[in-house]
Structure formats: structure tokens, C-alpha cells
Write a protein that binds this ligand. Structure first.
Ligand SMILES: Cc1cc2nc3c(=O)[nH]c(=O)nc-3n(C[C@H](O)[C@H](O)[C@H](O)COP(=O)(O)OP(=O)(O)OC[C@H]3O[C@@H](n4cnc5c(N)ncnc54)[C@H](O)[C@@H]3O)c2cc1C
Length: 445
């Protein structure tokens, strides 16, 4: 009898442990908005447009096309929003990796300006969309502070800021050392830059609302449906999936960092990287307020930076970064260590969740909206897709709808690397290179 009771207790204990571990490894966001399986649809064999990938890109394209009365089928090998769109930090950056100087030297002043300005337009368009559609996704426009770790790095920020104000007419946004405490209570930063237009959202609430909107507008979403391949026959794409064939006039690929081996053309042009986050347990509004007085979002002037923000209820801190260690070091501890470097006073707090997802980089670090063999590809947002993916989805739809005004990014070709098959074996080497660069710039005082 005692043995039976003990066994029952042991089973209960291990079941609870398994559940806790599962919850621990789920995105914090899924507590309030978890992607759900859709299983009430009969397979459709024809469509005007098929979209592969049900994240922000695919759903946004669908919403735009549905407004014009087209029939839209979205397929996703998982469930809608299961990719990066329900896992991200929700920081509405809308920035691109290369600096304005680099953009000018590559594309000339006019196109470079258009690219930067399109990021501002895209961000505002996201805010307008959320407000117009009354989407409850905790939108807050409290700005973003990018901290510099050394005088040299802060000098570089100043030069870039002057350049931006000269060429783009953007007001100067430099934060001097004496003012850093107005933005963050941390000794890590000697200055920074503050962009008041950047905000934050609850990413999973947004993607789930978009999923509902697509369904309400008559769009078909098939989850657990993997794109296998396609052939063009006459005017139609014959698209083969594990669920069957669907014929469509148009095809949009919106798989971004989750692009798999069934899409080899795209896969060979993108470098997928793990981005991961932790959430603290509740530490209270007062404490979060005292550490982040403007309740804004944060980044760092580094190649291998941390991004962080308060949770929408202002009771926790969420921090993320790229997975930079390719050994067995515990990634939760690594992120916790990153958090303590910024706020050493948090050393006794607990972590409630640790999760990861994939972001992806084209070789030239310019987001891509490209047509190849009649197929529209939108991808490569370099970890800043909260704004860009929704925008590029919309722009992909506008190509089908024959809008005259195209994105500044339209048809900028992918850079290729010979013999690259989509397996990013060189990432650990690149990371070591970035570490040295970061050390170099921040050690020369
Ligand atoms: C941890 C993390 C933090 C981030 N933080 C931020 C941030 O704070 N700010 C910011 O701007 N960006 C951030 N990002 C990036 C941002 O989340 C992404 O750029 C954006 O969500 C991409 O959306 P998407 O719709 O293009 O792709 P996803 O949402 O990734 O969707 C792609 C979908 O394609 C599906 N798919 C793939 N292959 C196939 C196939 N063969 N057949 C069918 N379906 C397929 C996948 O199942 C997936 O659901 C972050 C990303 C991560 C992972």
C-alpha cells in the first residue's frame, strides 16, 4: 500500500516536472496568446493566391489580397504564428543593419534615403493598422535607447547621428553620459541614442489577431501542411503539399528563417541564426520603473548585442540575444549573465521562461522582396521583422494587385555564395570575428 502511494506520488511529481519544463521552454507570450491548431477546413484545390508561411509576412499579404476580393490559401507546416512571429521581442524597430553611409556607397543617396524612410513609414503603418483594426496587442510607443559601452563607440554613434540629420533631416537623438540615468539605471552605458518613435507590442497577440482577421475575411489557413514543390503549367502554379495539390495563379513564399529544404532556391540565400530570450519572474512595477524610467525598449551598440524591454504589464524584464556559444554552455545562464551585467542588483531573481526561435540574414543584410520564376519571395529581415515582415507581406500583395508604387527594396537581388547549401557552418567563425570587433571598439578608451 505504502509502495503504491509512493509510486503514485512519484508519477505525479514527474508529470508536474515535465509540465513545468514545457512551460519554462515556451515563450512568455504564450501565457496570454498561444498559437492554436485550425482543424475545421476541407482542402481547397484552387486559389488565386497561395501563400507559404503563416507568420506576419504571410498573414499581412493575405489581408491585403482579401480586401481586393481574391481567394487566398495560406499553408504552414506548423500552426499559424508558430515561427518567429509569436516568439519575438516585440520591439518595433523598423531599422536595417547597414548604416546610411554603407547604403549610400552601395545604392547611391536617393535609394539609400528611400530605404531608411520606408522603415519609418512601415513602422507608422504598423501602428495605424493596430489602431484602425483595434488590435489588442499592448502597443506602447515609449522609444528605444541604444546604449554605448565605451567613449569610442559613443563617438561613432554621434558621427552616425550627425550624418543622419544632415542627409535625412532626422533630429539629433544623442544621449550624453549625464543623461543616461533618465533612460536606464545601469552603469554599463556611457551614453547612447534614443529613438522616440520605436515602441513595443505583444507579438503573439498580434499574430493571433491577424490569423483571426484572415479567417474572418474568408481566407483559408491550412496548418500542418508543408509546401513540397511546384511547377508552372500555363498560367497556373501546381503546388504540391503533404495534404494534396493546389492550383493557383500566384505564389508568395513567406517562410523567412524557417525556410526548409523544400525551398532550396531561397534556403541557399539566407543565413539562419538562433535568437533567444528569457523572461524574469514578476519583480514588480516599482522595480521595473526604477530600472527603466521611460519603460522603453533597449538595444546595445554592439555586433553581438542584447535587446530588452519591460513586459507589457510592466512587472517583468524580457531580454534576448543571438545564441553566440556553440558549446554546451547553458543558454539560460548566459542570458541571465547578460541581464546581470546590465542590472547587477537583480542577482536574486528567478527566470520564468527561456525560449528561442530563428532569425535570418541575406548575405548583404538587406531585407528582400524579390520575384524569381514568377514566385514572390519576402524574407531576410535580419532580426528586425516585427515591422518589416508585416510591411513586406503587404508589398508582396501589392505586386499581385499591380500597384504602381513599389517598395525601395523591390527586386534588389540576393547575393550568392558558391557551394552554400543553407547549412550555416561558418556562423561560429563569424561570431568569433564579431566578438573581436566588439572587444576592439570597446577596449580603446
Ligand atoms: C527570439 C526572437 C526575438 C525577436 N525579436 C524581434 C524584435 O524585438 N523586433 C523585431 O523587429 N524582430 C524581432 N524578431 C524577428 C521577427 O520575429 C521576424 O523577423 C518575423 O516574425 C518574421 O515573420 P515571418 O512571417 O516572415 O516568419 P515566421 O513568423 O517565422 O513564419 C514563417 C512560417 O513559415 C513556415 N514554413 C517554413 N517552411 C515551410 C514549408 N515548406 N511549408 C509550409 N510552411 C513553412 C513556418 O512553419 C513558419 O510558421 C525576433 C525573432 C526571434 C526568433
Amino acid at each position: 500500500m505504502i509502495y503504491y502511494q509512493f509510486l503514485k506520488y512519484k508519477i505525479k511529481f514527474f508529470k508536474k516536472m515535465k509540465k513545468d519544463l514545457k512551460n519554462f521552454n515556451e515563450p512568455y507570450w504564450w501565457k496570454h496568446a498561444k498559437p492554436k491548431l485550425i482543424d475545421d477546413l476541407e482542402w481547397e484545390q484552387t486559389s488565386d493566391v497561395v501563400i507559404v508561411g503563416a507568420g506576419y509576412t504571410g498573414l499581412s499579404a493575405a489581408l491585403e489580397l482579401l480586401k481586393s476580393g481574391l481567394k487566398v490559401v495560406i499553408i504552414d507546416s506548423e500552426i499559424p504564428g508558430y515561427g518567429a512571429s509569436s516568439r519575438n521581442g516585440g520591439i518595433t524597430s523598423g531599422k536595417i543593419k547597414p548604416s546610411i553611409k554603407e547604403l549610400i556607397s552601395k545604392f547611391g543617396l536617393e535609394l539609400a534615403k528611400k530605404m531608411i524612410e520606408e522603415g519609418e513609414t512601415a513602422r507608422q503603418d504598423l501602428y495605424d493598422f493596430i489602431r484602425k483594426e483595434k488590435i489588442d496587442c499592448d502597443l506602447k510607443i515609449n522609444g528605444m535607447f541604444i546604449g554605448a559601452l565605451s567613449k569610442k563607440s559613443h563617438e561613432n554613434q554621434k558621427k552616425d547621428d550627425d550624418f543622419n540629420s544632415e542627409y535625412l533631416g532626422i533630429e539629433n537623438r544623442i544621449v550624453e553620459k549625464k543623461d543616461v540615468s533618465k533612460f536606464i539605471s545601469s552603469k554599463k552605458y556611457v551614453g547612447g541614442i534614443f529613438d522616440k518613435k520605436i515602441g513595443s507590442i505583444h507579438p503573439a497577440k498580434l499574430v493571433i489577431s491577424m490569423t483571426k482577421m484572415v479567417r474572418k475575411s474568408g481566407g483559408y489557413i491550412f496548418n500542418k501542411t508543408t509546401f513540397k514543390n511546384c511547377e508552372k503549367s500555363g498560367d497556373l502554379f501546381h503546388i504540391l503539399t503533404n495534404r494534396g495539390l493546389v492550383k493557383s495563379k500566384h505564389l508568395i513564399i513567406a517562410t523567412n528563417a524557417y525556410t526548409d529544404k523544400n525551398l532550396p532556391w531561397l534556403r541557399k540565400k539566407l543565413i539562419p541564426v538562433i535568437s533567444e530570450m528569457i523572461s524574469t519572474s514578476e519583480i514588480g512595477n516599482n522595480r521595473v520603473n526604477s530600472l527603466m524610467p521611460k519603460l522603453s525598449t533597449f538595444g546595445e551598440a554592439l555586433n553581438l548585442f542584447h535587446y530588452f524591454r519591460p513586459s507589457p504589464d510592466g512587472k517583468r524584464i524580457l531580454i534576448g540575444g543571438r545564441r553566440v556559444q556553440y558549446n554546451n554552455e547553458d543558454p539560460t545562464k548566459k542570458l541571465m549573465y547578460g541581464l546581470l551585467e546590465i542590472f547587477p542588483e537583480l542577482k536574486e531573481i528567478e527566470i520564468s521562461n527561456h525560449w528561442y526561435g530563428y532569425v535570418t540574414f541575406p548575405f548583404d543584410q538587406i531585407p528582400k522582396l524579390v520575384i524569381h520564376n514568377g514566385i514572390i519571395y519576402a524574407a531576410g529581415y535580419c532580426g528586425s521583422g516585427t515591422v518589416w515582415s508585416r510591411w513586406f507581406g503587404k508589398k508582396a500583395a501589392e505586386i499581385i494587385l499591380n500597384f504602381e508604387q513599389k517598395s525601395a527594396f523591390y527586386n534588389i537581388p540576393f547575393k550568392k555564395i558558391p557551394f552554400y547549401n543553407g547549412y550555416p557552418w561558418f556562423v561560429p567563425i563569424a561570431i568569433e570575428y564579431f566578438k573581436i570587433q566588439d572587444w576592439w571598439i570597446n577596449s580603446k578608451e
